[in-house]
Design a protein around this ligand. Sequence first.
Ligand code: DHB
Ligand code: FE
Length: 285
Amino acid sequence: MATIIGGIGCTHVPAIGAAIDNGRTQEPYWKPLFDGYPPAREWLAAARPDVAIVVYNDHATALSLRLVPTFLLGVADRFSPADEGYGPRRVPMLHGHPDLAWHLNESLVLDEFDLAIANELDVDHGLTVPLSITVGEPDEWPFRVVPLAVNVIQYPPPTGRRCLALGRAIRRAVESYPEDLKVVVYGTGGMSHQLQGERAGLINRQFDMAFLRTMIDDPDAQAAVPHIDYLREAGSEGIELVMWLVMRGALGGPVREVYRHYHVPASNTGAGLIVLEPTTAGAAA
Ligand code: DHB
Ligand code: FE
């Protein structure tokens, strides 16, 4: 049986990827951020997952307003890093897990989560930057990746409740997959940030800390928080945090916080990194 062994919540700021790719992580601006990454990398290296389900959003890179799926599952056997206007990041090709992905699709649709399917999908910073943050600069990624893209670009994004419920359904789906696979789930994006308009640059550390506390200890309470509260308190792009609720749902009942790092600012964002482990086995948790 496949099992979910952990969850990672991780900011996906493109400039973090650029700092890694251009060898700038030890510069004074970046060093305090990157100094916080080794414990998460060590946890992941020791956990040795076979597959990562990466819940992320495409930023009008592979998708556009021509096609806006609320949830999009990548079932391909490879995913290329996307060209976001200045050439693709020079990170390894991502290898998918079509068999698990098709199983997830079948299980989730029959569980009444109607996903769209991507047989081809270039993945942007939303997916590749969290992998770089938590793995470093490998020649090959050490695990396969199943991308799950969530619309947080075109109003309305899915509710927090829907995201939490999807995560719980992902747990049921993974645990009904017959092969012994170790699976980690990433929730990416956030934390507080606003990239546009009069409030561009808004960061709210208090909101971010409260989000982490409630998301971890009382996910149903966090899932009940409406979009407007994220917009008001965490900025227009803070809504990306609903994707962390998918990750949280996939961990089931109570979780153990293994590691946390939070740094302000990384570009325009309150940069968060959290590692959680489930404390209960089984989909009923
Ligand atoms: C930034 C953050 C994001 O989540 C993103 O998608 C793009 C830019 C930033 O802080 O620069
Ligand atoms: Fe983003």
